[in-house]
Design a protein. Structure first.
Length: 96
């Protein structure tokens, strides 16, 4: 499944990054590699770009880039320590 097919609140794990070489290298340098777990945090009002949270980072990318990232959808957790829990607390305290 493609990252672009996930909805807000969905969790996933990266299985492969098949973007053009420059974009692939940039994403991998930011830690978006095979096995990375993330949570889809939000979409822009018109649906592009998409924001995900992983490893304490927020990453916003265009849907065209997200289409090249293959993922495995994971079950949603209800815990505050999931990928989005840290970020929602940061927003609550004005650190976003």
């Amino acid at each position: 499944m493609k990252l672009s097919e996930l909805k807000v609140g969905d969790r996933g794990e990266v299985t492969s990054v098949a973007a053009e070489p420059a974009v692939r290298r940039r994403l991998m340098d930011m830690g978006l590699i095979r096995g990375t777990e993330f949570k889809v945090l939000r979409f822009a009002p018109l649906g592009d770009p998409i924001e995900i949270g992983y490893k304490g980072l927020l990453l916003t990318m265009r849907l065209k880039e997200a289409e090249n990232i293959m993922v495995e959808k994971l079950p949603v957790e209800d815990t505050q320590e999931s990928a989005g829990g840290v970020f929602s607390r940061m927003r609550r305290f004005g650190r976003s």
